[in-house]
Design a protein around this ligand. Sequence first.
Ligand code: ATP
Length: 638
Amino acid sequence: MNDNNQPLEDVATRQGLVRRIAGTFQPYRVRVGLVGILILITAGLGVVNPVLIRFVFDSALFPPEGEPNLSLLWLVAGIMAGITVLNGGLGVVQTLFTNRIGQQVMRDLRDRLYTHLQMLPLSFFTNTRTGEIQSRVANDVGSIQNVVTSTVSNVLSNSVVFISTLVAMFILSWEIALVAIATVPVFALLSKTVGARRRAVSAEAQQTAADMTAITQETLSISGIMLAKLFGRQDQEIERFHRQNQRLADLTIRRQMTGQAFFTVMQIFFSLAPVLVYVIAGYLLRGDAPSGITSGTIVAFTTLQSRLFFPIGSLLQVSVELQSSLALFERIFGYLDIKPEIVDAPGALPLDRHAVKGRITFDRVRLEYEARAEADHGSQGRDSGQRWALDDVSFRIEPGQLAAFIGPSGAGKTTISYLIPRLYDVTEGAVQIDGNDVRDIQLASLADLVGYVTQESYLFHASLRDNLLYGNPDATRDEMEAAARDAFIHERIMQFPDGYDTVVGERGYRLSGGERQRLSIARVILHDPRILILDEATSALDTASERYVQAALEPLMDRCTTIAIAHRLSTIMSADVIFGVDQGRIVEQGTHQELLTRDGLYANLYAEQFDAGRIECRCEDGIVLSNGRIVAQCEEVL
Ligand code: ATP
């Protein structure tokens, strides 16, 4: 099961989680310390004014002598105003600092998450919806902004305000202070109950939001929308979206209402608190013993009381928010905890591509996709009788050879090719280049060595130039244009008004399939690898273009060891060695002529595609036409 759905407690203990969150602040500890000092000063200054109120009442407004002491009143009022202005100023500085720290922590977290995701193996992405990943990087990190920027400093300042207020209250009247404190546990209990409820609803709402992003991303992508239109599934998609949308709305209302109910109760409590002070003061004043309570004390006390309840309220609210935010942090850490399995081994070799000969060896290779996927998500691998995607695959391709892999769909041809650039690692056995296990070669060297052209040519939403230079950012303009010419795409590019600066639409949809494929071939020509993998690389081209592009690839193929995966046998007949793959095993190998003499996979495929030559073929303009259909090129067949 995907880790996304694991209960929170499974990933880390709450304490460990809080420690990890605190760890994200570690690089900014000096600034955090400074904010702490500012908070102490402002919170300390905050209790001075309420205490001065007693002085205003008892000594300036209603002194024992009777007449108000105006000069004292002005002095105290001046001090109170000064303190307020100073506190305001310090508050601004503190906000600036906390925001800075918060944004830096968020930036670090986003960077860490993105860097980590880049390192994760392909299996992680085949097992996780793209929308969900996007939601974590964008929404989850965004949602904790509040906690990071304001909540943490709130906790600190409210705690200090709470403690200093309490001290001031005890100085004024310990009896009333005790009564005020007695009400605190009631709040705490309330917070705990509502907090837990709110946290659960919050986590559910967050997951629903992620689901919605995933649905939107999947169904409103160009491929998704095409699929829906072609199968007439719009209504179902709209309905699916509507259901999630409704759920999100309901959950959000529930989350807000749980919070609201809590605050309403608290507000009532706040309003009743001064009444309690008056009543208690009344009782204390009624007795014969001197209580020391003056009208100044009562006014000062009720003012302080709002300073006491406000931080409690804030702290309780913060605790509710902190609890919902823990869920977010947990989801982010959940991703960060997934091990990037395919990484450089200690002491991995940097291979100089000019020194590489390009011998590829597979030594009793086995691969099990599911075991990889489950290991990536931190759960136990299954030991049930899983089918190996590759089973006991051994072969050797000599430097400079063209090796072709043929076989039915799902046989494992692409999987074999994935193991060379380490898109996946073998489960058993080894893949070697020039005798070096690929797991002992630096990944950067491997990427440099291996060029891969797939059937699905992915282009970034950027200019054609940027897309081409992705293969080699250091290439000159001439080199880039030469590569484009070789791939027969230069003329087409020049037809665009902006030439090489033309921006490719989302996933290259402004270009035809064949044009995209030729661009990706130009990109790999620029990359100039030593091992070239062509996975149905020319399948989107018509036979004539395919011939041109193959001619274009030839100089590159001469410098490379080439692996060609093809369904169309016409493209691989001239291969030095052809491997027949079936159900994850190599079932035959040999040249075109050798394999034709056997009644195996290749001979059967050949018979299917060329109808064993029973259908009359004729050559026209270098192309073999069979019953009017182009099936091959003359020189390949002759
Ligand atoms: P085709 O000619 O249709 O491209 P292929 O011979 O290249 O097929 P592969 O793509 O290598 O076949 O797939 C081999 C087997 O591995 C298939 O059964 C496929 O379902 C399975 N497979 C491929 N990718 C994954 C994956 N990421 N997770 C699990 N199984 C996978």
